[in-house]
Design a protein around this ligand. Structure first.
Ligand SMILES: Nc1ncnc2c1ncn2[C@@H]1O[C@H](COP(=O)(O)OP(=O)(O)OP(=O)(O)O)[C@@H](O)[C@H]1O
Ligand SMILES: [Mg+2]
Length: 386
C-alpha cells in the first residue's frame, strides 16, 4: 500500500504528546556492546515464539516493528484493534498494512530518529485507545525496534465521564433549585393578576383571550418549576430486605394492565427460581424500573419485545430492561442522563435523571448499551448488602 494512501477505518487522533529522546538521533548507537553478550542474541531469537504465545493472552495490543519497519510480532489484540491480518511471521512490513501516519505520527521518522510517542485514539469502531511506543535496543541490530502497546481505555473514560456527570448534576441541581425557587413567587403573582384581568374582561372577549393565554403560559412554567424543584431534591430511600424476583413480577404485572402498554409489545421475564434478596426501597426501585420500561415501550412504536431480566453476581445483582426498538445514536447516548434532554414531543427529559438518582441512592449504577434500529438495554447493578 502507498504510505500516503489513507486507510479505511483510520483512527482520528485526539491528543498527541511526543516525547523525543534527548540527543538520540541514531538508534543504532544506543545498542550495547553485543560482542560481550552472544548468549543474549541467541536468547532473543529463541524467545520470539515463546513471547508470541504469551502475548496471545494479553488484552493490550502489542506490536513490535524492527527498524526497517518489518512487523516482527503482533498479538491477537493488535489484530483485533487494528484489523491486522498478520502475527509477524509472514515478513510483511508496517506499510503493507497501514499508511505511514496511521498512528498520528510518521512511522518512518519515528523509526529513523527513535522518537517515542504517547497518544490517545478514538477509532471508528468506538474503541478508545491509549497508545504508547518505546524503543528496544537489546541484542543484534536486526532485533532493535519499536514496541507499540495499545490499551482500550473506553471503560476508564466512561467511568471518568460518569464521575464528571455526577459533579455537574449536583451543581446544576443546586442552581436550578435556587432559580426555580426565585421564579415561583412572582409567577404565582402573574397568574393571580391575569386571572383577575380575565374575570374583569368578560365584555371584551379578544382581550380576555389574551389574559387566558397568559394564564396558560404561567401554568406551563409552574409545572416546569415544580419539576425542577422535585428533581433537584435529593432522593431519600428507606431500604428493606426485598426479594427482587417478586418485585420484578409485581412490576411486570402492573405494566401489563397499564393502558399505555400496547398489545403490539410482548413481554418476557427472565428471573431465577430462587429469591434474590437485596436492600432496596421497593417503591423507589419500582418507579425507576417503570421509567426504563416506559422508555422501552415508547422506543417500540411498531411493537417489539420487552425483556425484563434479573441475575445474581458476586456481591451484586443486575436488573436488565431490554427493548427491540429504535435504539440510540451516539449523540443521544452522550446526553441521556442530562436533565430535560428529550427527543420526544411530549417528553420532559426527566425520567432517566430520576432513575439515575434512585439507583445511586441504592449505591448502584446504570449501564446502557444501544444500537440504532436494533434496540437498547439498560442494566441496573445493585449491591446485595448495604
Ligand atoms: N429505551 C430507549 N430507546 C431509545 N431511546 C431512549 C430509550 N430510553 C431513553 N431514550 C432516549 O433518552 C431520552 C431521555 O429519556 P428520559 O426518560 O429521561 O426522558 P423522556 O422519556 O424523553 O421524558 P420523560 O421525562 O417523560 O421520561 C428520550 O427522550 C429518548 O430519546
Ligand atoms: Mg422517559
Amino acid at each position: 500500500m502507498d504510505p500516503a494512501e489513507p486507510k479505511m477505518g483510520l483512527p482520528s487522533k485526539l491528543l498527541e504528546r511526543p516525547e523525543p529522546v534527548n540527543g538520540l538521533s541514531n538508534p543504532g548507537g544506543m545498542g550495547m556492546d553485543r560482542s560481550a553478550r552472544p548468549g543474549l542474541e541467541r536468547g532473543i531469537a529463541q524467545s520470539l515464539p515463546f513471547l508470541r504465545e504469551a502475548l496471545k493472552h494479553v488484552s493490550d495490543a502489542v506490536l513490535f516493528l524492527d527498524l526497517s519497519g518489518r512487523i516482527r510480532l503482533a498479538n491477537e489484540a493488535a489484530a483485533k484493534f487494528f484489523s491486522l491480518p498478520v502475527d509477524g511471521t509472514d515478513g510483511s512490513s508496517y506499510w503493507d498494512h497501514f499508511p505511514d501516519d496511521y498512528f498520528g505520527f510518521s512511522m518512518r521518522e519515528s523509526l529513523k530518529f527513535a522518537l517515542p510517542h504517547r497518544l490517545l485514539y478514538k477509532t471508528q469502531r468506538l474503541l478508545e485507545l491509549e497508545i504508547e511506543t518505546s524503543f528496544a535496543f537489546l541484542g543484534p541490530p536486526a532485533d532493535h525496534g519499536l514496541v507499540i502497546v495499545a490499551r482500550n481505555i473506553a471503560e476508564r473514560l466512561r467511568l471518568a465521564r460518569i464521575a464528571n456527570r455526577g459533579d455537574r448534576m449536583k451543581e446544576l441541581g443546586e442552581l436550578a433549585a435556587q432559580v426555580a425557587h426565585e421564579i415561583r413567587n412572582p409567577l404565582g403573582g402573574i397568574r393571580g393578576f391575569a386571572s383577575l384581568l380575565a374575570r374583569d374582561l368578560e365584555s371584551q372577549p379578544s382581550l380576555q383571550e389574551m389574559a387566558a393565554a397568559i394564564i396558560e403560559g404561567t401554568k406551563t412554567l409552574e409545572k416546569l418549576v415544580a419539576g425542577i424543584l422535585h428533581f433537584s431534591r435529593p432522593v431519600r430511600i428507606q431500604p428493606e430486605s426485598k426479594d427482587l424476583c417478586a418485585l420484578l413480577k409485581e412490576v411486570a404485572k402492573f405494566v401489563k394492565v397499564d393502558p399505555a402498554f400496547p398489545p403490539s409489545v410482548k413481554m418476557a421475564l427472565h428471573i431465577p427460581n430462587r429469591p434474590i434478596v437485596a436492600p432496596v426501597d421497593p417503591d423507589a426501585l419500582k418507579s425507576a424500573l417503570l421509567n426504563l420500561i416506559f422508555n422501552a415501550v415508547q422506543a417500540m412504536p411498531d411493537g417489539g419485545l420487552l425483556t425484563l431480566s434479573l441475575i445474581q453476581l458476586e456481591g451484586c445483582c443486575q436488573i436488565g430492561v431490554q427493548d427491540t426498538g429504535i435504539g440510540m445514536e451516539n449523540e443521544v447516548l452522550q446526553s441521556l442522563f442530562s436533565p430535560f434532554f428529550t427527543t420526544k414531543k411530549r417528553g420532559n427529559g426527566l425520567g432517566l435523571v430520576e432513575t439515575d438518582k434512585i439507583v445511586k441512592a441504592h449505591n448502584g449504577s446504570i449501564d446502557v448499551r444501544s444500537q440504532p434500529m436494533k434496540g437498547s438495554t439498560f442494566t441496573i447493578t445493585l449491591p446485595l448488602r448495604r
